[in-house]
Ligand binder design. Structure first.
Ligand code: MG
Ligand code: MG
Length: 324
C-alpha cells in the first residue's frame, strides 16, 4: 500500500490527524532500531540511520512498532468504544494490552497497570519517580478526540489517561503541552506560534524544560524532561518531517519514544504529503491501517461532539452540573 491508497483526505484537520498518527508509528518504528544506542554507536553501525529496518534490542521485524504506538492504539480504541475519554475504559484497555504480552513495557506503566488490576484505583499515587515519558508517548488519541474542546476539558481528559500510570507535575505538564501543540497544528497554527503559545508557556511554568542555550541533548533517557528537550530541539531546529525524525532518532537513547513524539508533532505540523512514501510503506500494514482509521474516527468524534453540543466543559463530564 502506498500513500495514495490511504485516500488522502481533503479535510485539512483529518489530513493532519492521520499524519500525526502515522508520524507516531513511523518515529517509533524508526527509533526502535537504535533505542539505547549512543549517537557514536549509531554512526558506526549505520552512518545516518534513516531507514525503517526493524532489529534493535527488541529484535523487531521491519515495520513493527513498540509500546508507544500499541498503547496509543489501545487507548484510542477505548475512546471510540465509549464515545469519549473514560478513565475506567482506558485503564481496562491498558490492562488488556499488558495481558496480550506487548514487545516492551516501561516499569512505571507496568506498576500502574498492576495497581489498577489489584485495586481498581484509577490514579497512581504521586511519586517522584513517575516523571517518565510513558503517559506522553501514548497521548495522541486524546489530543484528536478532544480537538475543539475547552482547555479545562482537554486538561481533565489528558490527565485522566496519564495518571493511571504517571502522577508527577512534570509528566502532567509535558503531556498536556504535547496535546495542546498537536491541537494547535490541527487548527492551522504555525510552528512559531506554537513555540510561543505553548512551549514557552511550559518553560515559564517549569524551567527544567528549557531546551535552548545548551548543547544538543544526546542519549535522552525516559525522563520526560530529557525526552521533550530532545524533541523540541529536533522539531524546532529542522524544517521538514523527514529531517526532524532523522535528527531525533540519531540522538539515540530512548529513540523510539523521542521518535514517536517528534513524529506526532511533525505529522500534525507538516501534514500527510510531507511524510516520505517509503516510511509509510515500510510500516506493518495492520499498524498503518489502524493508525489511519483511528485518526479519522477520533477527529470525527471530536467534530461531531463540538458540532452538536458545543465544546464540552470539564464540569459536564464530571457530572458536577445537576441535571435540570
Ligand atoms: Mg517503545
Ligand atoms: Mg522507548
Amino acid at each position: 500500500m502506498s500513500m495514495s491508497d490511504l485516500a488522502v483526505p481533503d479535510n485539512h484537520v483529518e489530513d493532519r490527524a492521520v499524519a500525526a498518527y502515522l508520524g507516531l508509528a513511523i518515529g517509533d518504528a524508526l527509533g526502535a532500531t537504535v533505542e539505547f544506542m549512543t549517537p557514536r554507536e549509531i554512526r558506526a553501525e549505520y552512518g545516518v540511520h534513516d531507514t525503517i529496518r526493524g532489529g534493535g534490542w527488541l529484535n523487531l521485524r521491519c515495520g513493527e512498532v513498540t509500546d508507544d504506538t500499541t498503547m496509543a492504539l489501545a487507548l484510542g480504541r477505548s475512546i471510540l468504544e465509549q464515545g469519549k475519554v473514560d478513565a475506567v475504559a482506558a485503564a481496562r484497555a491498558f490492562d488488556g494490552w499488558m495481558r496480550a504480552k506487548p514487545v516492551d513495557i516501561g516499569n512505571t506503566v507496568r506498576r500502574g497497570i498492576l495497581r489498577f488490576r489489584q485495586s481498581g484505583e484509577l490514579v497512581a499515587p504521586p511519586n517522584d519517580h513517575d516523571a517518565g515519558n510513558g503517559a506522553c508517548m501514548r497521548v495522541l488519541p486524546v489530543a484528536l478526540a478532544t480537538f475543539g474542546y475547552d482547555r479545562t476539558r482537554v486538561r481533565a481528559d489528558t490527565l485522566a489517561q496519564a495518571r493511571i500510570t504517571h502522577n508527577h507535575p512534570l509528566s502532567d505538564a509535558g503531556t498536556l503541552c504535547v496535546v495542546e501543540m498537536v491541537q494547535a497544528f490541527l487548527a492551522g497554527r504555525s510552528r512559531v506560534e506554537v513555540l510561543h503559545e505553548h512551549v514557552y508557556r511550559l518553560i515559564e511554568q517549569h524551567s527544567p524544560f528549557r531546551f535552548r542555550g545548551g548543547k544538543p541533548r544526546e542519549n535522552p533517557s525516559g525522563y520526560i524532561v530529557d525526552t521533550l528537550q530532545t524533541v523540541f530541539q529536533c522539531f524546532f531546529d529542522t524544517d521538514s518531517f523527514a529531517d526532524c525524525l532523522v535528527e531525533t532518532v540519531n540522538r539515540g537513547g530512548d529513540a523510539d519514544t523521542t521518535g514517536a513524539i517528534a513524529g506526532m508533532l511533525a505529522g500534525a505540523c507538516f501534514g500527510l504529503k510531507a511524510i516520505p512514501d517509503e516510511w509509510i510503506d515500510a510500516l506493518a500494514q495492520p499498524v498503518r491501517e489502524a493508525c489511519a482509521a483511528q485518526a479519522r474516527a477520533l477527529v470525527g468524534l471530536s467534530q461531531q461532539t463540538v458540532a452538536c453540543c458545543g465544546a464540552p466543559h470539564a464540569a459536564m463530564v464530571r457530572g458536577a452540573h445537576p441535571t435540570v
